[in-house]
Write a new protein. Structure first.
Length: 279
């Protein structure tokens, strides 16, 4: 026999508490909510606090780089300090996607899921942590040798753009597994949007070659078109993940049975059934 979970109460906070204690997918929903939280914080930090986006031109002179770092020194350090904390949410988000990939009916699903998580961790390390670290380092002492300040400035944006190889690989994995999956956890049309997304990642690689024009790191193609496509795709993938969580079946192990209220009643101790019964 099993015990049923208590009924869902009325009231917003009471419903949250019920799902926290009894919903077997509570951990998946926590991971999902980390996505809008993380990306909204990152957007505010990148575009408002650190002034890293839209990116300044790659043709700045040493004097202009020093002026930029001096003008926004405090904001850059505060912005990246806040963002470094928010990046922890992306670990949950990437874990959620990797776990969903492992649930797909594709050959070597576990390997695909692990490869996706490794790729996205690499992207976060180089694109977010490294670029934030180098620009914060430059802004901490803007009175240092201008040559070193310009070096840190260049490393910041090149490391940020260089991370697109990781995101390209992650989108490619998603494309392959979605289009070959038989369980239909994700709709097929979303797999084609992943092709659209990873194709734009090629355009960012041109920032390593040119310093001005549409293919520079602040250019129309390498930054603006790629950013618009990526933001639009992020909105789509958050919606698709929402419905994927509702659709997927979770393994009812002991932990999830306990959360859902399906806890087996206590069994008699070994030997108890052999004890003489009272008459």
């Amino acid at each position: 026999m099993t015990a049923s979970p208590p009924p869902i109460p009325s009231g917003y906070l009471a419903k949250i508490a019920w799902h926290w204690r009894h919903n077997p997918k509570a951990d998946l929903w926590i991971a999902w909510f980390s996505i809008p939280i993380a990306y909204n914080i990152m957007g505010i930090c990148y575009f408002t606090l650190t002034h890293m986006m839209p990116p300044p031109t790659a043709t700045k002179s040493q004097a202009e780089v020093v002026e930029f770092l001096t003008s926004f020194s405090d904001q850059i350090r505060v912005g990246f300090g806040v963002m470094m904390i928010s990046l922890g949410f992306l670990v949950w988000a990437n874990g959620l996607i990797g776990w969903l990939i492992m649930r797909m009916q594709v050959p070597y699903a576990k390997a695909w899921g692990l490869a996706y998580m490794v790729a996205m961790c690499g992207g976060s390390l180089t694109g977010a942590y490294m670029s934030g670290f180098t620009l914060s380092l430059a802004a901490m002492r803007p009175d240092r040798d201008p040559e070193y300040s310009q070096l840190l400035y260049d490393v910041t944006y090149l490391s940020f753009d260089g991370t697109m190889g990781f995101f390209l690989f992650g989108s490619l994995i998603w494309t392959v597994v979605i289009l070959t999956d038989k369980s239909r956890i994700f709709p097929k049309w979303f797999g084609y949007t992943c092709i659209w997304n990873f194709t734009t990642e090629f355009l960012v690689s041109t920032a390593m070659i040119t310093q001005d024009g549409p293919f520079a790191w602040d250019g129309t193609i390498a930054f603006y078109i790629d950013t618009v496509v990526y933001i639009f795709w992020q909105i789509i993938y958050a919606i698709v993940l929402f419905y994927a969580i509702r659709r997927v079946d979770v393994p009812m192990d002991g932990f999830r049975r306990a959360r859902s209220g399906n806890v087996p009643q206590a069994q008699p101790e070994i030997g108890a059934s052999l004890a003489p019964q009272a008459t």
